[in-house]
Design a protein around this ligand. Structure first.
Ligand code: DX5
Ligand code: ZN
Length: 215
C-alpha cells in the first residue's frame, strides 16, 4: 500500500495536487504535522488539514511530530483524519493515548524515530493498529533513506508475528523507486512517499510503480 505525503506538494496548487492523488492508485494521503518543538520545523495546522479533508477522496493518515499529541486527538478526529500516529518519544502515557485514539474510531499508530528500537513496542503492540518506522530523522521531506531501517522493519515484523498481533508496518522517509521493492520484501505494509512523487515528471505513474514495484 502507498500513502502520499502532501508535504512535498506545491501548496499554491493544493487543490490540483490533491486531485492528482485522488485520481491515482494511492491508498492514503499522509499529513505531516510539525510543531517546531518535537522537530526543528513547522508545517501546517488545522485550517490546511480541513481544506485537504474536504477535497481528499483517500483516507487521511496524520503523522503527529508534536509534543503532547494527546491534547489534539479529538481535533484531528473532528477534522476528518482516519489514521493517527503519535511518536513513541513524545508520549509518557502511550497506552492511554493509543486507547484514546481508538475510542474516537480512528486507527492508532506509533511512530519511531530512527534511534528508537522496535523491541520497545513489544508491550504495546496489541494496542497499536500500525507502526510508522521513520527511515529519516523527522522534520523535512526529501532526505536520504537511512539504510539500517531495513533491519528494523524485519525485527518489528518478527515481534508482530511472535506476539500474534495485527499491527501493520508503515515506512516513512526517503522512499523511492530504488528501494520500494526491498522495503515491501522486508515486511513493510505501507510506504509513505513525498518527494519521489511530487518531483517526478509523471506523479501518477510513479505512484503506481511505488505501490506495485516490478509490475
Ligand atoms: C518527514 C516526514 C515524511 C516526509 C516524507 O518528517 O514525516 O512523511 O514528508 O517525505 P519524503 O518521501 O520526501 O522523504
Ligand atoms: Zn510523515
Amino acid at each position: 500500500m502507498l500513502s502520499i505525503s502532501i508535504l512535498s506538494a506545491d501548496f499554491g496548487r493544493l487543490n490540483e495536487e490533491i486531485e492528482m492523488v485522488n485520481n491515482s492508485v494511492a491508498d492514503w494521503l499522509h499529513l505531516d504535522i510539525m510543531d517546531g518543538n518535537f522537530v526543528p520545523n513547522i508545517s501546517y495546522g488545522f485550517p490546511v488539514v480541513e481544506v485537504i479533508a474536504a477535497k481528499a477522496k483517500k483516507p487521511l493518515d496524520a503523522h503527529l511530530m508534536i509534543e503532547k499529541p494527546e491534547k489534539y486527538i479529538e481535533a484531528f478526529h473532528a477534522a476528518g483524519v482516519h489514521y493517527l500516529s503519535v511518536h513513541y518519544e513524545a508520549c509518557t502515557h502511550l497506552h492511554r493515548t493509543l486507547q484514546h485514539i481508538r475510542a474516537t474510531g480512528m486507527k492508532a499508530g506509533v511512530a519511531l524515530n530512527p534511534h528508537t528500537p522496535a523491541f520497545l513496542l513489544r508491550e504495546i503492540i496489541h494496542e497499536t493498529d500500525f507502526v510508522l518506522i521513520m527511515s529519516v530523522n523527522p522534520g523535512f521531506g526529501g532526505q536520504a533513506f537511512i539504510a539500517h531501517s531495513l533491519q528494523k522493519i524485519k525485527e518489528l515484523k518478527e515481534i508482530i508475528q511472535c506476539e500474534k498481533a495485527a499491527a501493520l508496518i508503515e515506512v516513512d522517509g526517503g522512499v523511492n523507486l530504488q528501494n520500494a521493492a526491498q522495503l515491501y520484501a522486508a515486511g513493510a505494509d505501507i510506504l509513505v512517499a513525498g518527494n519521489a512523487v511530487f518531483s517526478a515528471a509523471n506523479p501518477q505513474e510513479t505512484i503506481k510503480k511505488l505501490k506495485t514495484p516490478g509490475v
